[in-house]
Write a new protein. Structure first.
Length: 58
């Protein structure tokens, strides 16, 4: 026999896990210090410059 569950509780638990996942994503996206942001930006600029330096002129 199947286990009986309360649908209201299941819906709330699902919403809670989705909200926690969104919060974790926001912490990764916005929860960085200024120096970390500048470091990532500098790495992106360096990679872009390196890639542009290897392009062929047509």
């Amino acid at each position: 026999m199947a286990e009986i569950i309360n649908l209201r509780t299941a819906r709330k638990a699902k919403a809670r896990t989705e909200k926690d996942a969104a919060a974790e994503a926001n912490r990764l996206k916005f929860g960085r210090t200024k120096s970390e942001k500048l470091k990532v930006e500098a790495e992106k600029a360096k990679a872009s410059k390196h890639l542009d330096g290897h392009k062929r002129d047509e």
